[in-house]
Design a protein around this ligand. Sequence first.
Ligand SMILES: Nc1ncnc2c1ncn2[C@@H]1O[C@H](COP(=O)(O)OP(=O)(O)OP(=O)(O)O)[C@@H](O)[C@H]1O
Length: 638
Amino acid sequence: MARTKFDKQVDESADTFARGLARMLAGRDLDGVRRTDATFWRSGTRVLPTVEGKVRRRSYKPGWRRLSFRLTLCGGLAESGYLTTRDLDATRETLRELTGLWENREAALAALEPAGIGAASVLTVGTATYMVLTRERRELMREWVGPLHEALHQPLGLAEQTDPRRYLHIPKSFSDDDAQIRIDLPTRLGFSRDVVADLITQKLALQGVTFSWHPEGRKPYVLVKKTRKPPALSLFKDQKTRDLVAKAKESAPIIGFGAGGRIVSVDLDAESPHILVNASTGGGKSVILRCIACQMLHNGSRVFVLDTKRISHPWARGLPGVTYCADIADIHDQLIALGIEGRRRTRVADDLGIGADPKDIGPRLLILFEEVNATMKQLARYWEKTRESGDPKVSPAVDALNEILYMGRQLRMHVLLVAQSATARALGGPEVREQFSTRILARYSVNAWRMLAPEVHPAPKSTKHAGRAQVVTGGSATETQVLFFTEAEAHEWASTGKTTTAEPQHPGPPVLHKPAPPTVSPPPDAWSSDAALPPVAPDPAAEPVTVPATPPADPVPDDDDQAVGLRQAAEHHLPGITLAALRFARANDPTFPTSAAKRGTELLYSVHDLKRWARNRPRAPTGTTDLDDPRDHGGPEI
Ligand SMILES: Nc1ncnc2c1ncn2[C@@H]1O[C@H](COP(=O)(O)OP(=O)(O)OP(=O)(O)O)[C@@H](O)[C@H]1O
């Protein structure tokens, strides 16, 4: 008997149904397309070569897992259907309620509104938390895993749609010393090991790694491990290290040690007169500065610490050869004085001519400029507050800093600038950043690297290893374990050796808020590396410098040039500091000013020196320059 059209349709439907059921039970894609090499028992690692378009994550799952999911889903649906038919009254009631809600939809919506707002808030908070928690993983995928997959899938003979996470097992902290990267390889092994190894090294910006290949078995793979790495810790207290530090040149202090214990240092005379240190908080900025500054002090340099945070370098306070400025007015004055000194040195260098001993210019000066982002803002605000009509808009202190940065290495003036984020804006322009041919980066983001070391591409992955930094100079980056001096070691090392005899008792900037008497530059031969920095005063021959008036530290106008006893200072000039505190400081604080005169047995001190000392103390900010003085804004708002 001939088969009717209907019979054929029934046969086809039965056939389709049977095939669909078989695929469902086998845990395969229901459309029958095999997309990955997953089997019933094993999850897939790659997309099959003929497949086109996006491959969903479920296609990599082993068949048994997909089957269990499908059975659970069907079971759930069947259960709900059964309950609905069994309890017809309840179903009818639910439908009636829904109809009622529809008829009074305005009221229902009003009632639901608070719940909706609550749900939206929970969703927003949840999304934000999720974004924060997965930030590192997303960055890993975007910056490292994705690009490596793009480079590697072809040489390995994998389809482009293959999910990189299936075969690239890269931990979040893959640049750590003990990290291990595993890459699953195709079973056919028809690829060049050299090409694959080269691509992995380049795309992950790895240094000093070795590859161990495991081609055997069903799951071949390669392991990548770091074998040539800097020491895990490098401490000054180790005798060998101490000996190396003692041998280092004044112009090339040791920064740390690289792979194989190689010394990493930067020659300030030959390579880079200024250094930029960029790290997020806790990244070791203070340790780097301490390391460089104490070595230079040991070799006779003078150091100016410009530290609005006040407590970044307690080891340096009171040391001979160190000028510690914590108050913004003093930082401002000091920068201007250093700018003037730079110009003086330029003239001296000019007079000395070619072939002169660079030491004749004067002792090496190192300026530690802490937290540039905050300090630059404070300098600008301070200038805004103090400048008078006719003064230039840009702070002369910022101008002086730029001037120093542009001066040549021959002048022996070096800036060690610290930033949490050394954006061009924070430094006063991209060209200013270019003056730092050496940049030390630690705990940096990919963006920070792109901004500060674009010549080294791709950026090596930052590590959280304490004291680990990348020293970038001359177009290459060297992974370095920064040499660690404790505060006490730095203090001890800085105060021994060829320490400068420079004005230990008067480490502050010159008094610039009044026109200083012109001084004549000393003859060039007056300088030696042991000589102190001269009192810097505006040179009549130099271009005029606009010097702001430092606002009085207390409301009562008084004569800062007079010499007073401690009791009078406590009662009339230093509000908030008791006589006992002053006596204690005189006995214990090495930065306390020296007496200027004597009245009977009583020692007298310059009010200016006392005020300056009070402003720059680590904690009690008596007399500190207040950039938000409420008097300027018509009093505080209550
Ligand atoms: N080279 C190093 N060797 C060993 N430990 C280090 C090293 N550098 C930094 N550390 C550790 O990291 C800590 C933080 O370092 P440091 O105070 O220099 O960071 P920072 O960037 O100045 O922090 P902040 O921004 O909070 O001032 C140190 O107390 C020390 O424990």
